[in-house]
Design a protein around this ligand. Sequence first.
Ligand SMILES: [Mg+2]
Length: 127
Amino acid sequence: MAQGKMNLNLSDMIYACATDSVKWFPQAQSPAFMALAMAGEVGEVCNLIKKVERGSKTLDEVKMLVSEEMVDVLIYLINMMGLPEFRDVNWESIWNEKRDFNQARFGEQDKHDFHVHNPYGDSERPY
Ligand SMILES: [Mg+2]
């Protein structure tokens, strides 16, 4: 699996997904549709992981498929975030509030000191 630097930001992703979705599926632009579609994609991720858990596949065998389904989940989540009903939401603010809440709940870690808690060790940040 190729690993490169991501040059995506949430605002651009929301704009791209919303533009594509309205163009391709103008009849399916509701929170209910996006939530159901996202749940369907979560199910696809879970079905593949289920096969790994029961031993019929290895994670290596399904890693690319799981990754693609994870992106499908992300696309529907982002589509939902871009719906007119949610356009006034400040996602960055909520993100920061959630991080602060989780930091207070789970530990006094410095969220800005990524390298101290970097699960990738001392290697460079992967994304
Ligand atoms: Mg899918």
